[in-house]
Design a protein around this ligand. Structure first.
Ligand code: GAL
Length: 660
């Protein structure tokens, strides 16, 4: 995604290396601990820390009164030991004096309730008062530390929009109206886009428009979709405001902010953010479950593609347990290294954790860290030190770009938001799960794929898979058709091509925008009730959704039929050859087990084969950066490799050449 001017790595000298470190929160500890921290950091191979993320109340204890002394000392201490600082702008959580004096910065939820201080990130992204105070702090930070030799990058705020994205306050209302005026230009255009002829919703003045607050019945879906777009934009706008101050005062220091590309975070469209950072940084936490490992890889892969294939920075992950799931399991031996190295395999040139020293007090005291409660003499800290050494050995990998795969899986945030809206044929559909299932199925077949934003240029891939590509403006439909006309192979699924950018149905039968391209037509969706399944004639089992497909182009081939259920005997999976390309459709949810047998019928004819030897396929994930081949053991068993040694359960090895 990014443009070349917006791509700068950390400011530092010396040979390329994989950076290693953590969020460092020295203000949680007495000063005597700081020299010990830095000593242990050196021992562990730490090269960089993120500092000051939640320090506002300590840096500005009273309005306009600054206390930088302690931070000066920490910066100097780190610099004396050669540790770089990714310095936060410290605006992530407003101090109590600010919310006490200006309660009008507090967000308001959908029901009209104030979101009170007491946690963190309790501010309106659209509050002019918050913005003014935040930018004053950013200016003070940039002025104070812009010349500091330890400063390697700016870290804008923290996980923008993590807790406060959807705000229904009066400030949000004003900003939402302004955003809508910019988007639509006239009320007529808005009335058309929102379909306000429905349910007596016609607007006759901009002042009548409100955010989608709790209403008596389902809120207008286009209003909901626009509010998601607007809120995402409000968070990006805040990033831009802070970044503008930093770029004005310290033009030589790269600026980033930590994204949250992960299954658990769906509400920020990072495809729109990637051009605004000098280097992409991501935070990733494992979502437990059978596809946990694949999800980590999927997220790392998507992050690498948001970064345009260039190296990116893993700003946070966990050394072991987190503290915010219902049950928080520690990582098993080896998982710490495997998780970190999977990110490196997908382009991370920095591996950092939340956080350096596990807190003694506060909401995150049971969240793991690089130095756990048990202290330095612990298996976890030893694993941390070992990882530091391993990353130092991997210095030759640093800077090498991801090697593109032949298959792309498109990821489209707007389709995720719109397809999962209420009042649909099924409320059970999950966009991310469907995309991840394709990723898992390809891993099971030993095939590399790239997870690519739908907005990116994916025309060079041989096969493009677009799961639930629900929102399809005409321009996107044209891109897909051109791709196929130029010899590309396109595969999409149920509930794709259904609506345009206003969430209006493409009329004439489903899958609307893709009907002609696919050579099929569907008159009615037939979702399945919970627990119901249907069989396909290739022996696989389908759930969630089915469709009665009519073939409209005699050239369209039927790859599988429904064997049971309402549509028994009718096509379930189709493929229409178009010149040297093709357009294929899967009308139901097959899950990884059902996709694995069907995908070869789409991969083999176009010459896409596994790059792994047969005995490794499915058991090993392959990721390639330049000449470096990462082999990641997906199983709990040791895998024999010719060289350099057997791959332990969950282990990762890096070879300078393709495995054979
Ligand atoms: C992140 C956040 C960190 C810490 C971490 C815990 O969302 O940026 O400050 O809270 O989660 O997993």
């Amino acid at each position: 995604m990014g443009t070349s001017e917006t791509r700068r790595w950390l400011r530092r000298t010396g040979p390329a290396r994989i950076e290693y470190g953590a969020d460092y929160n020295p203000e949680q500890w007495p000063r005597e601990v700081w020299p010990e921290d830095v000593r242990l950091m050196r021992e562990a191979g730490v090269t960089v820390v993120s500092l000051g993320i939640f320090s506002w109340a300590r840096l500005e204890p009273r309005p306009g009164e600054w206390d930088f002394g302690w931070l000066d000392e920490v910066m100097d201490l780190l610099h004396a030991s050669g540790i770089l600082v990714d310095l936060a702008t410290a605006t992530a959580s407003p101090p109590p004096w600010l919310t006490a004096r200006h309660p009008e910065i507090l967000p308001v939820d959908r029901h009209g309730n104030t979101v009170w201080p007491g946690g963190r990130q309790h501010y309106r992204l659209t509050s002019p008062v918050f913005r003014e105070h935040a930018l004053r702090l950013v200016r003070a930070m940039a002025t104070r530390y812009g010349e500091h030799p330890a400063l390697t990058a700016w870290h804008v705020s923290n996980e923008l929009g993590c807790h406060n994205l959807f705000d229904y306050s009066p400030d949000a209302e004003v900003a939402f109206r302004g955003w809508l005026r910019d988007r639509y230009g006239s009320l007529d255009a808005l009335n058309h886009a929102w379909g306000t002829a429905f349910w007596s919703q016609h607007y006759s003045d901009w002042s009548e428009i409100i955010p989608p607050r709790q209403a008596a019945a389902q809120v207008n879906p286009t209003c909901e979709l626009d509010f998601k777009r607007f809120s995402d934009g409000a968070a990006l706008d805040h990033h831009r405001a802070e970044a503008a101050v930093l770029r004005e005062l310290t033009p030589d220091i790269p600026v980033t902010t930590n994204f949250m590309v992960a299954r658990s975070v769906t509400w920020l469209n990072y495809a729109a953010w990637a051009d605004d950072v000098d280097f992409v940084a991501n935070d990733h936490y494992v979502t437990p479950g059978p596809q946990a490992r694949d999800e980590l890889s999927f997220s790392a892969n998507l992050t690498g593609n948001l970064a345009g294939g260039r190296p990116w920075f893993l700003m946070e992950h966990s050394t072991s347990a987190v503290n915010w799931q219902p049950v928080n399991l520690p990582k098993k031996p080896g998982e710490l290294a495997r998780d970190s190295l999977t990110h490196v395999a997908h382009g991370a040139d920095g591996v950092c954790f939340f956080q350096w020293r596990q807190s003694r007090a506060g909401a995150e005291k049971y969240h793991s860290a690089m130095v756990p409660h048990a202290g330095r003499e612990s298996a976890l800290h030893r694993a941390v030190v070992d990882l530091g050494a391993r990353l130092a050995d991997l210095a030759p990998v640093a800077g090498s770009p991801r090697t593109p795969a032949e298959v792309a899986i498109l990821f489209d945030w707007e389709s995720m938001w719109a397809a999962e809206a209420d009042s649909h044929p099924s409320s059970r559909l999950r966009y991310h799960r469907e995309a991840l299932d394709f990723y898992t199925a390809l891993l099971d077949l030993g095939i590399r794929s790239d997870v690519v934003p739908a907005a990116a240029d994916w025309s060079a891939y041989r096969l493009v898979i677009a799961p639930i590509l629900h929102v399809v403006p005409c321009a996107l439909a044209d891109r897909c058709a051109d791709f196929v006309a130029n010899g590309g192979n396109f595969l999409t699924t149920y509930f794709s091509g259904t609506v345009d950018e206003h969430d209006h149905i493409h009329l004439g039968g489903y899958p609307g925008a893709f009907r002609d391209l696919l050579g099929i037509r569907v008159e009615e969706f037939t979702p399945l009730p919970d627990g119901d399944t249907v069989a396909l004639d290739n022996g696989t089992t389908a759930t969630l959704w089915t469709e009665p497909i009519d073939i409209t182009d005699p050239a369209t081939e039927i790859l599988a039929r429904y064997a049971t259920g309402d549509h028994a005997g009718r096509p379930a999976v189709t493929r229409r050859p178009v010149g040297t390309g093709s357009a294929a459709y899967i009308s139901t949810r097959l899950g990884p087990d059902g996709l694995t047998p069907i995908l070869p019928a789409l991969l083999n004819p176009v010459g896409i084969h596994s790059e792994l030897p047969p005995e490794l396929r499915g058991r090993v994930e392959l990721a390639i950066r330049g000449p470096h081949h990462f082999l990641i053991n997906r199983t709990d068993a040791e895998i024999a490799l010719d060289a350099p040694a057997p791959l332990p359960p969950g282990g990762v090895t890096v070879l300078p050449v393709a495995p054979h």
